[in-house]
Ligand binder design. Structure first.
Ligand code: PLP
Length: 497
């Protein structure tokens, strides 16, 4: 056992030994990243990593210091050239956010403060609370509801369903935190549509309800949950002695951007006494656009509402949110206060906002700052305009597709997602699938643009999601022309055998 005297103890921190050199390097990094964003459209939209590019990531743990300058050079040489690509104006994959300059700077500021937003009395928590309150106000969701910023829509869906499960178990006289699902004698049923995002299934599985609890309702021609089929399923489950528990409505589905009839689902939940969760990961922020008001109608009736700022608010990864109408139920689902987290009358543990009482994380990143700074910097109205702009660009692409006899649109365009395929006459369905698969991969690998692929009603689809504040109509045209010319090129290749 060491028994050191104060003079024996080494007290070198991890701070730079040369602050001036570090400051100069930090300025260089900031400058480089601003240039990187300013020139986002000048690079390939994406490029594959060959084995030489991957090799540095198999290197050993550095035992001895290499210095920040070397670490930064390694980043510039090996990491920066191979991004996911979502800062690019022609990134149309998944439902990815571009991020913003404000978001980048705010992440640096938040990291500098190194705030842990799990709880306690400090301003970072007030920033997060203010962001949540702003969103409640923008949606018209009750001011007394609770909310917590999350890593994204998946976590927001999990939290919303967890609160619903807790409340429903209570109605059955079961303390689910104590008994777990073993205490619940009936199978709880969660109604989702065939287009509901997979994170809802993951939440159902994680909460121990099992996928047997999920009742998947078919969708109508517009990819919205079929209301008559839903009502029949609930009645059938009750007759079979099962326990209808929750309906999950979608405000913007991933495949096609469709919105369920949120008002009709709210009516059914009210009539049947069911928990109403809405996955608004993509489309809840549509509330910021006047044009989308008909789609989000009924959204504020949700018991829990999940949404993402790192989708259609364009905030840098990661930040989502869940709002819960019954704040007490939200807290009762998660709060745990061991002695080391006990609240105090005064001091650091006094009158703070304890977000750790509203989710599964204790330590939490200060993710609210990037939303707060971006909304202050740009103003909320700007985001309504950006959403409209993205929808208009999607409508433009749909019009190009519809006007071209070689193209086939595969789904209605509700918001900013367009599904289509290159479909020259005379090919079988499987040849069309193979051809369109190749088109997507070639467009990605040649760095032209990044559409992704999906399957719509059994047909292989080129899926373009214009969730991108940098996209112009020229970018849409480039993508469209590339699909056509690659289609012709690959078709000729196929014909040659
Ligand atoms: C409709 C929908 N819900 C939930 C999610 C999950 O969100 P996240 O990736 O932020 O966890 C997504 C992701 O694309 C989504 O499209």
């Amino acid at each position: 056992m060491l028994n050191p005297t104060p003079t024996d103890v080494q007290t070198r921190s991890l701070d730079p030994q040369d602050w001036e050199a570090t400051r100069a390097l930090a300025h260089q990094m900031l400058d480089d990243m601003l240039t990187y964003l300013q020139t986002a459209g000048e690079r390939p939209a994406w490029q594959p990593m060959d084995s030489a590019a991957r090799a540095p990531f198999a290197g050993p743990l550095p035992d001895q210091p290499q210095g920040l300058e070397q670490a930064y050079h390694d980043f510039v040489d090996t990491v920066l050239p191979y991004p996911l690509g979502d800062t690019h104006p022609r990134f149309f994959g998944y439902v990815n956010s571009n991020g913003t300059v404000e978001g980048m700077l705010a992440q640096m500021l938040a990291a500098g403060m190194n705030s842990n937003t799990g709880g306690a009395a400090h301003a970072a928590n007030l920033v997060e609370q203010q962001v949540i309150d702003w969103m409640k106000g923008a949606f018209g969701y009750p001011a007394e509801s609770s909310g917590v910023l999350t890593s994204g829509g998946s976590m927001a869906n999990l939290i919303g369903l967890a609160v619903g499960r807790h409340v429903h178990a209570e109605k059955l006289g079961v303390a689910v935190r104590k008994t777990g699902m073993q205490g619940i004698p009936l199978r709880m049923r969660v109604y989702v549509s065939a287009e509901t995002h997979s994170s809802v299934q993951r939440a159902v599985e994680t909460l121990g309800m099992g996928t047997d609890s999920m009742c998947v309702i078919p969708v109508d021609a517009d990819f919205r949950m079929d209301i008559a089929a839903l009502e029949a399923a609930i009645a059938g489950d009750r007759a079979a002695g099962l326990h209808p528990f929750c309906i999950v409505g979608s405000a913007g589905t991933t495949n096609t951007g469709s919105f369920d009839d949120l008002e009709a689902l709210a009516d059914i939940c009210a009539r049947e006494g069911l928990w109403y969760h809405i996955d608004g990961a993509i489309g809840a922020v549509g509330a910021l656009s006047e044009h989308m008001a008909p789609l989000v109608k009924g959204m504020t009736r949700a018991d829990s509402l999940a949404f993402d700022m790192h989708k259609w608010l364009f905030v840098n990864y990661t930040v989502g949110c869940v709002l819960v109408r019954d704040a007490a139920a939200h807290r009762a689902t998660f709060a745990l206060t061991p002695p080391y987290l006990k609240r105090a009358e005064r001091g650091l543990a006094a009158d703070g906002v304890w977000f750790s009482d509203y989710g599964v994380e204790l330590s939490r990143e200060f993710r609210g700052l990037k939303v707060w700074m971006m909304l202050k910097s740009q103003g909320a109205a700007r985001f309504g305009e950006m959403i409209d702009q993205n929808n208009a660009l999607a409508a433009y692409l749909a019009a190009l597709v519809d006007a071209d006899p070689l193209m086939e649109r595969l789904a209605p365009v509700a918001i900013h997602v367009v599904n289509f395929r290159y479909a020259p006459a005379g090919l079988t369905e499987s040849q069309l699938d193979a051809l369109n698969d190749r088109i997507v991969i070639e467009i990605q690998e040649r760095g032209i643009a990044v559409p992704t692929r999906t399957v719509v009603r059994g047909k292989y689809s080129i899926r373009v999601c214009v969730n991108n504040h940098r996209t112009t109509s020229q970018d849409i045209r480039i993508l469209f022309d590339a699909v056509k010319s690659l289609g012709a090129e690959l078709l000729a290749e196929m014909a040659q055998g």
